[in-house]
Design a protein around this ligand. Sequence first.
Ligand code: ATP
Ligand code: MG
Length: 382
Amino acid sequence: MNILVLGAGQLARMMSLAGAPLNINIIAYDVDSGMLMHPLTLRSSEQTLSEAIAECDAITVEFEHIPDEVLTQCAASGKLYPGKQAIQVGGDRSIEKALLDKIGVPCAPYQLITNRSHLDLAIGKLGLPLVIKTCQAGYDGKGQWWIKAGSDVEQIWSEMSDFLAAGSINAPHSMIAETMIPFQREVSVIGARDRAGNMAIYPVTENEHTHGVLTLSVAKSISTDIHRQAVEAFSKLASEMDYVGVLTIEFFDVDGQLMVNEIAPRVHNSGHWTQQGTLCSQFENHLRAVAGLPLGTTEAIGPSAMINVLGQPEIPAEVLSVANVTSHWYGKSQRPGRKMGHINLVAESEEALGEMLVALSAFLPEEYYPGVARRGRDLSQD
Ligand code: ATP
Ligand code: MG
């Protein structure tokens, strides 16, 4: 079976690796260059997008910011999973917020901004500090401004107005202002839904971000109430969108109440631990759903963690000397802060996972791998 993936980054690469044992062949479409390519070698092919659409069995995405004409062309083939509407929800925060309001799933209070008076309205309604986010672009904390005091407003507005002005009549730009949420932690839920509506949901993951970028994820036992809230939000959203594939929801945990931060209509960085932490990773389950195959198990083999490798060209070889630790490289050229790869850990107990993180922290400096030592100590002492 052949599956066309829109996007040719690390998520398409890991789908390709998960697809091979299923006899699923992945072809990637690089949206920037308009070229079809092999997701592992990045060698381009002569094929056109129209030919690839005609020849594949199913089409999916590895990111949500896909040009509308490409999505429309793919959707017209009847092979696109998840559907265009679900991809647009993830690609535009104003559509995402409207959907959450419609189905009654809580998210951070917000105000849509398309002109200066809306910003004043947001400050009056939501107060300061405020987080401003672009609705149509942005990832890894890019396209965000934090207004902490009234004196920040003019400078930030001048940057915001550049983004708003860059929109067009057919593709207007907007922003949202959100209340800054004083969360105790961030969590995500990742699950798959197949064409018949069956769902398989992974254990909730705890995520640590540094300067807006995910640095560390830990999947371990979590209160039944948090699990229930996450599963309820997942089921409501996935059913409402008639979703097919893997869907991710990021939340803020505020005093035990989950509030949605954002929705990603795809496999997600906070689910990379499932490659070793389960018998059927998020990549495999996504392909199974999209290909019309039965979903696989989402149960964790044991407490697991994932450490992102950001901007580093390599990791010390000693990392691999720790039992049950694996590395996963994306084949990218080095740039400061760029997601280059990740390290997965799976353990028999939470205490053992903590000890592994502590052992790894001897080789992974705090400057580049924040939180590994602290998280390890916390887990091994709990
Ligand atoms: P990605 O797509 O990589 O997950 P993103 O650029 O789409 O990231 P968000 O997930 O919206 O951005 O924000 C990145 C991080 O910034 C969040 O994980 C959280 O740590 C912080 N953040 C975002 N919005 C808020 C908020 N309203 N209150 C407090 N912190 C926030
Ligand atoms: Mg996010």
